[in-house]
Ligand binder design. Structure first.
Ligand code: FES
Length: 139
């Protein structure tokens, strides 16, 4: 696949694809005219890169994971499942954080504002401040 085809299908700009290649996250071959040609399996790598960045992994962390994939053949579902175990843990942790955030939007988060009716029950006279700074129920 050409870089513009990969860019169109993955939704990632060609400049970012070239950057991922510079960082060793994806690889390409050169055609007779010197243009990059990517195997179709690159699309899955790109999808993982984008997903992993969304859950807060750095490009270095992503590269460490993607480096575990075989390079001499197209990675199988099993190869990928070995990767995603670690990422699943991070996804679960992220989901738990988001759930806390969601819950906090409608209840006291122990931040000291005492502005909700609920604060007077959950954090009377800001008692949780004894445990430290910040939204204690979120931390
Ligand atoms: S939300 Fe701030 S102290 Fe309850």
């Amino acid at each position: 696949m050409t870089i513009s085809h990969v860019s169109k299908r993955s939704g990632v700009a060609s400049s970012a694809l070239r950057y991922y290649e510079e960082r060793g996250l994806i690889t390409s071959e050169r055609s007779g005219s010197g243009h990059r040609r990517y195997p179709r399996s690159t699309l899955r790598r790109i999808a993982f890169i984008v997903f992993a960045q969304r859950i807060g992994l750095s490009l270095n962390e992503i590269k460490d994971e993607l480096d575990k994939l075989p390079t001499h053949r197209i990675p199988t579902q099993k190869d990928w499942s070995l990767l995603s175990k670690k990422w699943l843990t991070q996804v679960d942790a992220r989901m738990a954080e988001l759930q806390k955030l969601r819950d906090g939007l409608e209840s006291c988060v122990g931040c000291g504002c005492l502005s909700f009716e609920a604060c007077h029950f959950a954090n009377p006279e800001d008692k949780v401040s004894k445990a430290g700074s910040g939204p204690r129920y979120w931390l």
